[in-house]
Write a new protein. Structure first.
Lengths: 202, 430
């Protein structure tokens, strides 16, 4: 009977603890704060990757060579496909926007719209031909052709056992000359995370 | 002790609405009105799902949106369901403790292994339906990680899904990741062989440059009902349990005291009764699909039968569920008997009423965990039709098990690009 009473006492105590665990708290944090909750790819990974890789990219010899070849004019870049080959549904759109923002703000390169955006813009120019005044309607065939295409991929390798997981991400970016198809720059960034999950919680 | 019993009774007063969920599916999805099924759930979530059933809520909505061909919504709900499972990895001590006193329904629903595999299978199909190949492959990789976790957890009991591996292979194939596709097709063959049934399409994988792939869902999957057990537990001794088998014959099994928790259960002889889940089949009128492309007709091939998946997962869990439930009921019955022995109101009639109330209360606490998705079909079927690039006319008829036409879907024009695949879904859950 003593054993039985002990079991019931433990259960009763647990019920009391259970009642105390509830509620939600929200606090604002800086957008550049490093946060890791689930161990998944997050905004911090995207930001750090882009900053680090593009700082490397702009200091490499391809830039000066291209600048010389264009008589000092900034190279024009178009973003190609950045493929998500990882185990997470990563929004590569925000990643690409981060890349473009940093490169444009550097003042060293120019960007033109990508293939999808160009379709939309061309439809608008077509529409202007029929509906806008002659003075304001834009001409076809006046687009700036890109010199270089930026492509890349996000890969991941996961090693897991029980509640432990090691996540390894490798982000590859490359610049290719659109005329010669020569690779001008290849950069990569590696991120490794260790995630541990507890089997029990209160 | 009376207080604890009262609190436990209060906790179990919210019964599992499994029957309501099954009725919703049979009244809406089975006539093809998936939207109504979704709206019924969205309007009154709390009636259909207890707070511990959040995985099931998201899973069922994911399945119903998939049938409704609203793939983006389906993806969203399955992603929520996956996140819930991830969060449930850590077991709450509080829930486990309360379930020791009441029943398994008090614990968050963690799903059966076949449901987890179904989740990834449908997510892959959602992305393939949208033509988002890289995202389908992301889901394929996630599925492989989930399979690895299930293998670790379930060990040799794990019933690995050949259909899931086949769909993983299909997404790799479309992505032109040939090595990964080959490995996954081999895995699919292995898994089908282990289940003693290999579809022809899995044994001999077609090499189609362009193709129309029909995924069919026919009939209604089984749900869970209660299998009642009754018996006597002798102090420090053996538990004699009786139950009715599938043929209605009474059977008896013996469980030693050690298996029920050892010395903790000493101190009394108890007569007990309880129930654990058993599979209950739902009658299915639809059996297979006849697909007519440009005048040529072929029938879909069954890849998996949900009845077999449920049966295997239930069998794998049965011993653990039986021992846990029996142990809990014995503990509670002994506690109730001790409590009754201390009750003396001085009035014989009042004492009798209190004793009967205590018996009813302890009996009411034990409810079998009948949670399971009721939105699944009896079978999932696949047909791969090689075609030339261009437009094709596709007409699908629904057939019963005798090959008689039960209904049909409107004819549709399908445009297949060079090197492309087009997925068509046919859901006939009746």
């Amino acid at each position: 009977m003593k054993t039985l009473n002990s079991i019931l006492a433990i259960i009763a105590a647990t019920l009391v603890i259970m009642v105390g665990c509830s509620g939600k708290k929200v606090s604002r944090i800086g957008s550049d704060t490093t946060t890791d909750l689930s161990g998944n790819w997050n905004d911090t990974d995207s930001r750090l990757t882009v900053e680090e890789m593009l700082n490397d990219c702009l200091t490499k010899p391809w830039y000066q060579t291209t600048l010389n070849a264009k008589n000092g004019e900034n190279p024009v870049i178009v973003v190609g496909q950045i493929r998500n080959l990882s185990t997470e549904h990563i929004n590569t759109g925000t990643f690409i926007n981060d890349i473009q923002r940093i490169l444009i703000n550097s003042g060293k390169v120019e960007f033109v719209a990508n293939a999808e955006e160009r379709k939309q813009f061309r439809a608008e120019v077509e529409d202007q031909k029929s509906n806008s005044t002659d003075e304001t309607a834009k001409e076809r065939g006046q687009e700036t052709g890109a010199d270089i295409m930026l492509t890349g991929s996000i890969n991941s390798i996961i090693d897991q056992s029980d509640g432990e997981q090691v996540k390894f991400y490798q982000i590859d970016l490359e610049l290719t000359d659109l005329q010669t198809h020569k690779k001008l720059w290849i950069g990569n960034k590696k991120i490794k995370k260790y995630v541990e999950k507890s089997a029990l919680k209160l | 002790m009376i207080l604890i019993l009262s609190f436990a009774i209060f906790l179990v007063s919210c019964t599992s609405p499994a029957r309501l969920r099954a009725e919703n599916v049979s009244q809406t999805a089975s006539i093809g009105n998936y939207q109504a099924g979704i709206e019924n759930i969205e309007k009154d979530k709390k009636r259909f799902y207890n707070s511990e059933d959040s995985f099931l809520l998201e899973f069922d909505l994911g399945v119903l949106h998939h049938y409704n061909q609203n793939y983006k919504e389906s993806i969203k709900h399955f992603a929520y369901a996956e996140q819930i499972l991830e969060d449930l990895y850590s077991r709450a001590v509080s829930n486990e403790a309360v379930s020791l006193l009441t029943n398994d329904n008090i614990r968050p629903y963690r799903s059966y292994p076949f449901e987890i595999q179904w989740l990834y299978q449908t997510q892959i199909l959602n992305y393939l339906a949208l033509g988002e190949i890289d995202e389908a492959v992301v889901e394929a990789r996630r599925a492989l990680l989930a399979i690895q976790s299930l293998r670790e957890k379930e060990e040799n009991k794990f019933n690995e899904s050949g259909t899931l591996q086949y769909l993983i292979a299909l997404s790799y194939e479309w992505q032109k990741s040939e090595d990964d596709a080959r490995i996954a097709y081999d895995n699919a063959k292995r898994d089908f062989a282990n289940s003693s049934y290999t579809p022809k399409l899995a044994a001999q994988v077609p090499q189609n440059e362009q193709e129309i792939i029909v995924i069919g869902y026919a009939g209604l999957s089984p749900i869970l009902g209660e299998n009642r057990f009754w018996g006597t537990y002798a102090e420090n001794g053996t538990l004699f349990l009786h139950y009715s088998d599938a043929n209605g014959q009474n059977q008896t099994i013996l469980i030693s005291g050690a298996n029920l928790g050892g010395p903790g259960f000493s101190g009394g002889t108890a007569t007990i009764q309880f129930a654990i889940p058993k599979m209950v089949e739902r009658e299915s009128q639809n059996s297979v699909f006849a697909v007519n492309v440009n005048g040529n007709s072929k029938t879909t091939e069954i890849f998996s039968n949900t009845k077999n998946l449920i049966q295997k997962d239930l069998e794998n869990n049965q011993t653990t569920t039986l021992i846990r439930t029996a142990g809990r009921v014995i503990l509670r019955t002994i506690a109730a008997n001790k409590a009754k022995s201390k009750i003396n109101t001085g009035n014989d009639l009042a004492n009798l009423l209190l004793n009967i109330s205590a018996d009813i209360a302890t009996g009411a606490m034990e409810k079998a965990d009948l949670r399971l998705s009721s939105a699944l079909p009896e079978t999932i079927q696949i047909l791969r039709i090689p075609v030339e690039p261009g437009k094709h006319s596709v007409k699908i008829d629904i057939l019963d098990k005798y090959g008689r036409k039960n209904g049909s879907f409107a004819e549709q024009a399908v445009n297949v690009k060079k090197g492309g695949k087009v997925f068509i879904f046919a859901s006939a859950l009746r």
